[in-house]
Design a protein around this ligand. Structure first.
Ligand SMILES: [Zn+2]
Length: 432
């Protein structure tokens, strides 16, 4: 019995083996189709996950942009407040700052969602691994989509909040400007009173007895301080005010003191010695300077730039801003209406020995001679080395400004480097 049973089992096993051998080709075909299906499902799941990741990243970028806009709005409002002395409404500023903080946090990749973990290369993946991918990646997609939706909601909330605050800030800005205009009118009246008070104090000093002098000096100083305070306030709300008559050869023109009117245009004559056009007083002085330079040293100068009109300055400045950006352009080029070249009293000279302007000019014997002698002819090197914080401009050894012999001599003899210091005007490193 045992033997027969064994034989029957063996026969059965052999039959099974034969059957299995015959079916092997068909089974392989089934497996390949399964593998292709699994691969396609995995690829499609990965594509979904990548789209979800992109949406999440886009929502993050929008939030980051919103955070930056909100921060810029806070800064702009603070700058306006600082300029006008009208503080930004504290509650609005705090709310805006908090909204910006929230936007930044929500946009930060580390804040919530680690990126999807997706297989890179499906080439060698088994069917089981592909099935695993198709089963697990949709979970990643759901997680990323949910996070992207949450970010989109955050963005909508922020947008609504920023809109409300934007309207509040617009109203604030309008109010500040209206107040500024009123303040300007009021301060101009106050300036007139302050000038009268200062003049009266000076008159009182004139015929004072020695014993009464200290009190009168104190009064004069106090009224001078009041005068400065009122005129500074007026300058701040008006974007700077002119120093005085634009036709005055001593006129101070810098980043706090534009020309009045802004499109002022002087009478000009050609400069025989160097070329270019200047006001007659400045042209005659330049000819005298050039003649003395020739006699004393054998050197010569030519004009690289003299008078520039408001429109020419406007175009030049715009070109510099396009090339260098505003911050850098502001260190060497003036806004239209704020340039000494528009006075007809300024000349940029090039050295005959090298034909150069610009930085190498500072190393030439011509520049050396000008630094020591220009004052004799009523010129100053207007933007000396190391005074950028006062004049608002980098060292320009080639930029000469005619101020007349009296002022130039007083500055030379007094060791006064800048026109701002000569007049006791505030430093003008930047525009209001
Ligand atoms: Zn110049």
């Amino acid at each position: 019995m045992a033997v027969r049973r064994t034989r029957a089992w063996v026969a059965g096993a052999v039959a099974a083996l034969v059957l299995a051998g015959a079916g092997a080709g068909a089974a392989y075909g089934v497996q390949a189709a399964d593998h292709a299906r699994a691969r396609s499902a995995c690829e499609s799941a990965i594509a979904d996950a990548r789209r979800a990741q992109d949406s999440l990243d886009e929502a993050g970028a929008s939030l980051a942009a919103a955070a930056a806009s909100l921060a810029a709005a806070v800064d702009a409002a603070a700058a306006l407040g600082a300029k006008t002395g009208d503080p930004v409404p504290a509650a609005a500023a705090a709310d805006l700052a908090a909204a910006g903080e929230e936007a930044r946090d929500a946009a930060a990749p580390s804040a919530d969602v680690p990126p999807a973990s997706l297989p890179d290369d499906l080439g060698g993946a088994t069917t089981a691994a592909l099935d695993d991918c198709a089963a697990s990646v949709p979970g990643e997609t759901a997680r990323l989509t949910e996070a992207a939706e949450a970010r989109a909601e955050d963005l909508e909330e922020l947008q609504a909040r920023a809109d409300r605050l934007g309207a509040a800030f617009d109203a604030y800005e309008d109010a500040v400007q209206a107040r500024g205009a009123a303040l300007l009118a009021q301060r101009q009246d106050a300036s007139v009173d302050a000038i009268a008070a200062f003049q009266a104090a000076l008159d009182a000093l004139d015929g004072a007895e020695p014993a009464g002098l200290p009190a009168l000096v104190d009064a004069a100083v106090a009224s001078a301080g009041a005068l400065v305070a009122t005129s500074d306030a007026a300058r701040i709300v008006s974007g700077g005010s002119c120093w005085g008559d634009a036709d005055d050869i001593g006129v101070l023109v810098d980043k706090h003191h534009p020309l009045c009117p802004r499109d002022y245009a002087p009478d000009l004559v050609p400069v025989a010695s160097t070329g270019g056009m200047l006001r007659p007083e400045a042209a005659a002085a330049m000819d005298a300077l050039a003649a003395a330079l020739g006699v004393e040293t054998g050197l010569s100068l030519s004009a690289a730039s003299t008078y520039r009109s408001y429109d020419e300055q406007d175009a030049l400045y715009a070109a510099y801003v396009a090339g260098y950006g505003q911050a850098e352009a502001d260190t060497f080029s003036a806004h239209a209406g704020y340039s000494e070249h528009q006075t007809g009293l300024a000349i940029d000279v090039a050295a005959g020995s090298c034909g150069c302007t610009d930085v190498p000019f500072g190393d030439t014997p011509e520049a050396q001679w000008l630094a020591e002698n220009a004052w004799r002819f009523g010129f100053i090197v207007r933007y000396p080395d190391g005074y950028e914080g006062i004049t608002g401009y980098m060292w320009e050894p080639w930029h000469l400004r005619y101020v007349g012999v009296a002022i130039a001599t007083a500055m030379h003899d007094g060791g006064i480097a800048t026109l701002e210091e000569y007049y006791g005007a505030e430093a003008a490193p930047d525009y209001y």
